[in-house]
Design a protein around this ligand. Structure first.
Ligand code: DHE
Length: 551
């Protein structure tokens, strides 16, 4: 009988190997089946253990932490952590109720997303101690580095006449693919195997390279100069990750890439041309609130690159520290820690590019940082669980404002960002016509008069299957856009094309998954991208808008 630690280590090791070995394989389930693990009287087979670890890693770790010690969600330890109920006390029936129904605090209802068998498996899995996570430091990271096409073998100029600025990188989450689509012609140029559940894409400062980062911590680098975009390098920075960005400051374009690890929690700097790892800096440390609580699993949430200084802004979720990472000496990065609020998640620049606004979602606050001056400016109470994505910058009532939606309630707020009276206050709160939270993303474009808001995580299908559009000048509701007739599904994440006259929305529609393209003037559906290769599309990243932080 294999020990529990061994089984879970195998899952993790198979994830590491999947980076260097068979590129078609995301996760290796090749552990032999059959034997029981008798731990705390719970019966679970080796194969079930691997499946449970994978489900946990995919669906639960984001909120409850990779080591199950809790983060935005409570700890899920068999014996508890002294603050939350233990899984043993909750028992299989109690655990099942939570998984099936979710919580008002923001946990989704997993019934209907997980199968009954998966839910039953998780009730047993959660009553068993989690394993210690093995080391994954510079040596292990270097071991995964795979330079597929060296710089000297890449084209020196584009091999085609296409408009790279209007390329879109689109994540096909469950297939572990990234599709590169020509935004002018809507042709699919390449569908590339990038690893398990890619989370976000970012583009190099020149716009030439697209980098993806997956929930398996794998970074993949795509070169758009080839006639058919190609993967030129890949590496794994940790077991679990959500964020990556590049150096954008003058003189450092396309030079360095920063990676934020969820587990292990660390910041890794890579050479942006080759993905050779240059340095690893752990992020564990004291929490921001001055109570000297030391936090080991201090995950790196959103990252943005400054255009005005050689700095990255790395937001450390559990400690509530905003880390400003100076990359002028990438092997010994100088980090300035700015204490703010827990738990930091997603955020974006204001329109001036000087201030960064990030959601401290468990605190219901938005944190504002003056990046060039390395100062905390303000912490603003906004609503239940702000979730802006990167937010949206629009002009409303003669003011520049930055917008966030909320996961926990039907509330969208506009925060004044330009100087003068009322700077950093909420100048307008508004709602979508039908009540309910679950909004994940907002989006606008400097050339557009519209603000788009999704409601992907609302359990009501009449809400998660629509996006709402507001007039930016009045912030009045203009239209609710529904899915094509007769289709049941979820809409998620909006992205403009370079010219700001089209909006691309991902639609989970069962067999008919699609990217729906709307005319931003008429708000009518203009084009639908579908095909076998369009599988669970999530984030879409226009090269020009991503490079220049236009949202
Ligand atoms: Fe995301 C952004 C983390 C669930 C799609 N997501 C981010 C960022 C973080 C994050 C830290 C900011 C990255 C940055 O800007 O550098 N997301 C997490 C989680 O921890 C969480 C809650 C649970 C998990 O286990 O991953 C989670 N995210 C989701 C989803 O379920 C979504 C809808 C689909 C998916 O991938 O499974 C999803 N997240 C996205 C997208 C972005 C994102 C599309 C980028 C938005 C943008 O416009 O920049």
């Amino acid at each position: 009988m294999k020990s529990l630690k061994l089984v879970l280590t195998m899952v993790i090791v198979s994830l590491i190997l999947s980076c260097k070995g068979d590129k078609k394989k995301g996760v290796d389930y090749s552990s032999p089946a059959g034997s029981d693990i008798a731990d705390a009287g719970i019966s679970i087979t080796d194969v079930e253990m691997e499946q449970g670890s994978q489900i946990y890693f995919d669906k639960c770790a984001g909120c409850h932490g990779s080591s199950r010690k809790g983060a935005t969600g409570p700890s899920l330890l068999p014996k508890g952590d002294g603050k939350h109920i233990s899984m043993e006390d909750l028992g299989p029936d109690g655990i099942k109720v939570f998984i099936e129904n979710g919580t008002p605090g923001g946990m989704p209802e997993w019934k209907g997303i997980m199968t009954d068998a998966e839910i039953e498996l998780m009730t047993r899995f959660l009553q068993i101690d989690p394993p210690e996570i093995p080391a994954f430091e510079m040596e292990e990271i270097k071991g995964t580095w795979n330079l597929i096409i060296p710089v000297e073998d890449r084209p020196t100029k584009p091999e085609h006449k296409r408009n790279i600025d209007n390329y879109f990188g689109v994540i096909m989450r469950d297939a572990g693919n990234v599709a590169v689509i020509d935004g002018d012609t809507k042709e699919e140029l390449a569908v590339l195997k990038t690893g398990f559940a890619v989370h976000i894409l970012r583009t190099s400062a020149s716009g030439r390279y697209i980098y993806s980062v997956g929930r398996d911590g794998r970074v993949t680098m795509i070169d758009t100069f080839f006639e058919t975009p190609k993967i030129v390098a890949e590496v794994r920075g940790s077991f679990d990750a959500r964020s990556v960005d590049v150096s954008k400051y003058k003189g450092y374009e396309d030079k360095y890439l920063v990676f934020g690890g969820y587990n292990p929690s660390h910041i890794v700097i890579f050479d942006a041309q080759t993905l050779e790892p240059l340095s690893v800096t752990p992020t564990s440390g004291n929490a921001c609130d001055g109570d000297k609580e030391f936090i080991e699993e201090a995950r790196v949430a959103s990252i943005v690159a400054s255009h005005t200084d050689p700095l990255w802004v790395c937001n450390i979720k559990e400690t509530g520290m905003v880390d400003l990472v100076d990359y002028t000496d990438p092997r010994n990065p100088k980090i300035t820690e700015i204490p703010s609020a827990r738990f930091l998640h997603d955020g974006g620049w204001d329109s001036s590019g000087r201030y960064f606004l990030v959601a401290a979602n468990a605190a219901n606050k938005i944190v504002v940082v003056d990046v060039p001056n390395k100062k905390l400016v303000k912490i603003i109470e906004t609503g239940i669980k702000p979730h802006p994505g990167r937010g949206a910058n629009i002009e409303f009532n003669g003011n520049k404002v930055w917008i966030t939606s909320h996961l926990g309630e039907n509330k969208i707020v506009a925060i004044k960002t330009d100087e003068g009276e009322g700077q950093w206050t909420v100048v307008k709160e508004f709602k979508t016509p039908r009540d309910g939270g679950g909004a994940l993303f907002v989006k606008s474009h400097p050339k557009s008069k519209h603000l788009w808001v999704d409601r992907t995580l609302n359990p009501d299908k009449t809400l998660h299957s629509v996006v709402d559009v507001f007039d930016t000048q009045t912030l009045e509701h203009k239209k609710t856009i529904t899915m094509p007739e007769g289709v049941d599904g979820r809409m998620v994440h909006m992205e403009y094309n370079k010219d700001g006259n089209e909006v691309w929305v991902s639609a989970f529609m069962g067999e008919k998954n699609a990217i729906l393209i709307y005319d931003d003037k008429t708000l009518e559906l203009k084009e639908t991208i579908q095909g076998d290769w369009v599988q669970n599309p999530t984030g879409k990243f226009n090269v020009y808008n991503t490079t220049h932080d236009i949202y």
